[in-house]
Structure formats: C-alpha cells, structure tokens
Design a protein around this ligand. Structure first.
Ligand SMILES: [Zn+2]
Length: 451
C-alpha cells in the first residue's frame, strides 16, 4: 500500500483538502478527506486525475519542426502530408519503436496517462508485407509498455486515396489493407494488447476518403462494443470532395449512413454546421479535438461553444505530436475561440473556471472515447493521477480552480511534478524514470532517418 498526502486534491466530486490517498496495487483503495498526514505519507501540494490523449500518430514526433518552411504560396495540409509520407516511407520497425517511446515518455511528462494510437504505418518499406502482420503494431505496444503509458491501440483501415474508392497512391503503400488482411491485423493487435495492463483495441476507418461505405460497414462490425475512431471534416477540401461524391457533407453523411453512437470518436470534425453539431451531440459520440495540430496544419476552428450547448462531449489529442503539451492543447482550444469571437472565457460553464471546465470535459471525453474506465479520483478507480508543483512563480498561492487555470494558461512548464499510471510512479520531479535511455535510443533513430 502506498499512501500519498495532498493539501488539495481534485476528486470525482470536486476539490477536497487535507487528503490521504491510499493506493493498493493498480487502484485507489481509499480517499480520506480532512485528515492530518501520518508519518511515512508521501506529501504533495496538489493531486489531479490524469487525462487521456485520445489521438496520436506517434511516428510523426520524429518530423516535428521539419515542415515549417513554405514550399509554395499555397502551402497547406496537403503539402504537409507529402512531406509526412516521405518521412514515413523510410522508417524501420526499430525506428518506429524508438520514436514512439520518446513521444509516449513526453506524453507522460506532460500529464497524460493513456494514448489513443491511430496506427496506420503497417507494412515494410515499399509496402512489402512483414511475416507478422502486427510487426509495426508490436512496436507501438512495446513503446507503451516500456514507458508505462496505458494504450488504446486503434489499427487503421486504409484502402483508397479519395472518395469513391479511388486506388491508393504509391506513397500510401505502407498503410493499405484489404478487409481480410485488416481483420488479421486486428486479431494480432488483440493478442498483443492482451499482454498489457488496461490495454484496449478499437477499430479506425481512416476517413471517408480512405474507405468505401461497404468497407466502413465491415470495419465497424469487426469488434462489437469497441471504440471506433475516424478522421472527419478536418479540411475544407475534404468537405467539398465529399459533397461532390455524395451530395452531403462528411459528418452529415456519417450520421445518416453509419451507426454512430457513444463508441465513436469523430476526430477533428472541424467543419460542421449547426445541424451536424446537434447530430453528433444526440448520437452520444465524442469529438477528438487536436488544437495544436489543427493550428499547425491550418485546419480551422471547431465550434466548441455551440457543441457544448447541445450537450456534446469532447476530448483532446496531440495528433501529429508537433508539440506534446497537455496545457498547450487545452489553452489553445480556448484561445482559438477567444480570437475568433473577440471575447474571453468562452469555455467556462456551470460556475466553473475555464481551466476547470476544459479539464473536466477532456478527462471524461478522453477516457470514454478510448474505452477506458471512467476517469476521476474515486475509491476503486485505476490509480492514474498527477501531482502539481506550486513552486513555479505562476502557481504561487493558487488554490481550487485557479490551480488548473494557472497551470494551463500561465505557466511555462515545470508544473507537472510526478505522474502515476496504474499505481506506478513513472515521472518524478518532471522526469520520466527512463528518460535518458529513451532519449538516447530516439537520438540514434533520428540520426539514421536524417542521414
Ligand atoms: Zn490524425
């Protein structure tokens, strides 16, 4: 039994003071409120539940910062994607594992406890098949296992280059499957993830561009009850192409033709109208917002206020991993709303501060969309939590919601002190316990890829 003592703790019911948090194995055994510390208790200023990062392409961490020069007067998502394809085309299984481990370690140090890995780099260089269809997926599982991050593995079904079942391009050879091949991959992913603690496998039709309606139907039926993640309406070009193909916008088409329900996570959903906002909210699906990547790629701004007003649920993801920052994702989500609406504190609901509202929504939406147990600090819950340091200038004298507001909006780092996942302390003093080893293997992989 490990006992932690926190001056302030964000429980499932709200902030509580003078708390003993008892952890037995991987779970919280008890939360004692309003009690003094006892000798041997490990003392912390603030403890909050850890968030899930619901959308990641781990391998893209290795190319972060390499796509920030304008190649043409119309540099956009599609030109970024060409560079990403070239980077992915050379990556070995060992290099994928090294880059994923670095990305996952950074996620833990940022305060995340789980990742939804939207995994589509399946085959060998030039699209040659590995003897084991799960060769690359196994590298993701190993990277998560080595760093200790909970994993929801979302093997991606990718078959076409555009709407209407267009043949994939040569640059997509490492991603593509037929349905039988994909079913074998999913089976293999289930075997791999069965060896982990609290691991989950879902399915991920890449986008309406990359699957036909028949394929979408088959993929969604493959794992009843499991999470279903799909990229949707990220780009205006995608919306135009979908209207040209089907006569309706992507989210509208999905709601009309697929059994969208709480299993589903609609990643991005940036370009949606009022009818689509209400439709997603009614379906019980979550949206997966990735504000830093969406800003980096020039995608657009999700209408979060209208979505919350309809009772919609969201979580956040680091997507391209161009900058892995929990505080960065949540603050940019709010700041993009302020910039576009020219008002302050847009996502501040129910008498809670903006930081508290964002954190609560992302906590619930992230866990729900990744098939994890309900998040939050309560007796019997998985012991996934973060201790925050109040030693940073921006955190001085902060209590209650102001702790979250100052962490998310006012700090420049150094606030995440320790991180526990499944009852195990993986980060201490802001450093992952394997940081040096993970960093050195990552460094070798990047030197090889950049040679
Ligand atoms: Zn993505």
């Amino acid at each position: 039994m490990t006992v932690l003592y926190a001056e302030n703790l964000l429980s499932a019911e709200g902030w509580v003071k003078s708390v003993r948090l008892l952890v037995a194995g991987q779970r919280i055994a008890d939360i004692q409120v309003g009690v003094p510390a006892e000798p041997g208790d490990e003392r912390h200023a603030v403890i909050v539940p850890a968030l899930s990062n619901l959308h990641s392409h781990a391998f893209q961490r290795g190319m972060a910062g390499l796509a920030e020069v304008r190649g043409s007067s119309t540099d956009n998502f599609w030109s970024w994607r060409e560079l990403m394809y070239r980077f992915a085309s050379r990556m070995s299984p060992e290099q994928l594992e090294a880059i994923a481990a670095q990305a996952y370690m950074e996620m833990l140090e940022a305060g995340f406890c789980r990742v939804g890995e939207f995994h589509y780099l399946h085959h060998d260089i030039d699209g040659r098949r590995f003897a084991d269809p799960g060769e690359m997926a196994a590298r993701i599982v190993r990277a998560a296992g080595m760093t200790g991050l909970h994993l929801t593995l979302l093997p991606v079904f990718y078959a076409h280059s555009s709407f209407g079942g267009k043949a994939p391009s040569p640059a997509q050879n490492r991603f593509v499957h037929d349905l039988d091949g994909y079913a074998r991959l999913v089976d293999r992913c289930r075997e791999l993830v069965a060896t982990t603690s609290h691991g989950v496998v879902g399915v991920a039709p890449h986008s309406l561009r990359a699957v036909t309606p028949e394929e979408l139907d088959r993929v969604v039926r493959l794992l009843p009850g499991a999470p279903v993640h799909i990229h949707i309406a990220e780009q205006l070009g995608e919306v135009r192409d979908c209207v040209a193909w089907a006569g309706s916008r992507p989210v509208r088409w999905l709601l009309d033709h697929a059994p969208v329900d709480p299993r589903w996570c609609l990643v991005h959903a940036t370009h949606i109208d009022r009818d689509e906002i209400a439709g997603i909210a009614r379906s019980g699906a979550s949206v997966g917002l990735c504000p830093v990547t969406e800003a980096n790629l020039g995608d657009g701004i999700f209408p979060v206020l209208e979505f919350l007003a309809e009772g919609g649920r969201f979580g956040v993801g680091t997507d391209s991993n161009v900058c892995i920052s929990l505080a960065g994702e949540l603050s940019l989500l709010e700041y993009s709303q302020r910039l576009s609406r020219k008002v302050r504190n847009v996502v501040s609901l129910g008498g809670h501060s903006t930081g508290m509202t964002l954190y609560r929504q992302a906590l619930d939406g992230g866990a729900r969309s990744l098939g994890a147990a309900p998040a939050g600090l309560a007796e019997g819950a998985v012991a996934d939590f973060v201790s925050l340091s109040l030693d940073e200038p921006a955190m001085e004298c902060r209590v209650g919601d102001a702790v979250l507001d100052s962490w998310l909006f006012a700090s420049t780092g150094g606030v995440v002190d320790s991180v526990w996942v499944g009852g195990e302390k993986l980060v201490e003093g802001g450093r992952h316990r394997h940081r040096d080893r993970v960093r050195s293997v990552y460094s070798k992989a990047i030197r090889e890829l950049c040679a």
